[in-house]
Design a protein around this ligand. Sequence first.
Ligand SMILES: NC(=O)c1ccc[n+]([C@@H]2O[C@H](COP(=O)([O-])OP(=O)(O)OC[C@H]3O[C@@H](n4cnc5c(N)ncnc54)[C@H](O)[C@@H]3O)[C@@H](O)[C@H]2O)c1
Length: 164
Amino acid sequence: MSQEAARGASVAVGDLNLEGAEKTASVIQEAGGVAIAVGGDAADAAVAGAAALIRRELGSVAILVNKAGVTACQPLVSMGEDAWDRMIGINLKGPFLVTRELVPDDTPLARQGPVDIGAAAAHLPMKRAGRPEDVAYAVAYLASEEAGYVTGQTLGTNGGRHLV
Ligand SMILES: NC(=O)c1ccc[n+]([C@@H]2O[C@H](COP(=O)([O-])OP(=O)(O)OC[C@H]3O[C@@H](n4cnc5c(N)ncnc54)[C@H](O)[C@@H]3O)[C@@H](O)[C@H]2O)c1
């Protein structure tokens, strides 16, 4: 946060812990930067209100850092559903809600309208939309004996949409 402020950005520090956010904002202000603290739960739809406040106070959004997160330091086999729901709620739903409300204004993501899948697929390196069997082959590989030593991977099956 202070790195962004040092480069001239106004910073909204959002955190469930308002006191902590205020301390961070003070550090930035004391160093001559512009900062506000906003308390709130990143995994709650009320984040829309915080987003409106931030735009009102600081103007358009240029950079978004999704940093709120929690870790459940326990083995999966002994983890309760409550701990799982909390972790997924904050770590997964949180960035969805925050990004939806605060996606930087000048990005293709913010400007994008409805997409014509057929037209979009024509621009893929493979020149076509994905078929169910494309995914099935990837699943078959990951589930095969041959992939017995492959763990924890994400196998991109996207026709070249993500090349890196
Ligand atoms: N610290 C590391 O080395 C490290 C490494 C890899 C991944 N991570 C991941 O990064 C995330 C943050 O880790 P950290 O070490 O900075 O933790 P941290 O506890 O120091 O900071 C997390 C911050 O998020 C805030 N927060 C928690 N839930 C929130 C919510 N619902 N809404 C708004 N704010 C919320 C907390 O108040 C805290 O200020 C975690 O998901 C962690 O697993 C951390």
